[in-house]
Design a protein around this ligand. Structure first.
Ligand code: PEP
Ligand code: MN
Length: 274
């Protein structure tokens, strides 16, 4: 049984105990979390404005990349330390905890000074030296699913982090590569209940990268919650037309506000199933 190797990532105890991860006042795995914000930190104005808008609409956490792993080396690579400082400012302004990507093992300790949650992107899911390093950090880790990865490979990557002594791993489904080209990726929502029956770790869903299409973000957010996800990650830009990256999937603050209204209604409905 492949789960036998997952000494820490799979269920061990009966009755089943699910991991709850505390970030500030949030309890991920117990309450629904919505993480929202721009693909990348572009400027102080853009990040603060977007952060204020998503906070007003009811988001629980701010996202934003300061290190951007881009397909082309000529595309915007992120602001690095300057971006992290802007995120710290946005956190101070709004009170929202911050999740941001770390791409290099050498950056983990100092990025941890700015991030409330360290994100491992899809391209780095199997970067084992990076996984070991965040496994030594004292911060929760958001582990995105590799775009070509099976559930078994993904949970083994979580195991790398857990085995280093960091029990705070949140999984994030963000779509996988298939033959379909209409969508940027194929959002695999069946993985949500599959994670729930194999692991105690919380799982959130990112329909922005999962679909790459504005029109599909809202329906897939709602579907993810119906499938049992513990939360969502959504890209929002205060002026999507001007976004430096991923502008085709960025919600405007107005669209995000409408989405939050529907999320709240659906959450109340789903609560009645418990
Ligand atoms: C991101 O969330 O900023 C990102 C780059 O996503 P992914 O690693 O899933 O492509
Ligand atoms: Mn993006």
């Amino acid at each position: 049984m492949w789960r036998d190797n997952l000494k820490l990532a799979s269920f061990r105890e009966v009755p089943l105990e699910r991991t709850v991860i505390r970030v500030g006042e949030l309890e991920i795995g117990r309450q629904l979390v919505v993480i929202a914000g721009p693909c990348s930190v572009e400027s102080e104005k853009q990040t603060i404005r977007t952060a204020q808008k998503v906070k007003e609409a009811g988001a629980n956490m701010l996202r934003g990349g300061a290190f951007k792993p881009r397909t082309s080396p000529y595309d915007f690579q992120g602001l690095g330390l300057k971006g992290l400082k802007i995120l710290a400012l946005a956190k101070k302004e709004t009170g929202l905890p911050v999740v941001t990507e770390v791409t290099d093992p050498r950056d983990v300790s100092w990025v941890s000074e700015y991030a409330d949650v360290l994100q491992i992107g899809t391209r780095n899911m199997q970067n084992f030296s990076l996984l070991k390093e965040v496994g030594k950090a004292d911060k929760p880790v958001l582990l995105k699913r590799g775009m070509n990865s099976t559930l078994k490979e993904w949970l083994n990557c979580a195991e790398y982090i857990l085995a280093e002594g960091n029990p705070q791993v949140i999984l994030c489904e963000r779509g996988i590569r298939t033959f379909e080209t209409y969508t940027r990726n194929t959002l695999d929502l069946s993985i949500v209940p599959a994670v729930k029956e194999t692991s105690h770790l919380p799982i959130i869903v990112d329909p922005s990268h999962g679909t790459g299409r504005l029109s599909l973000v809202e329906p897939m957010c709602l579907a993810a919650l119906a499938a049992g996800a513990d939360g969502l990650m959504v890209e929002v830009h205060h002026n999507p037309g001007e976004a430096f990256c991923d502008k085709d999937q960025a919600l405007s603050p107005e669209m995000f506000g409408r989405l939050m209204g529907k999320i709240k209604m659906l959450r109340d409905c789903l609560d009645r199933f418990d």
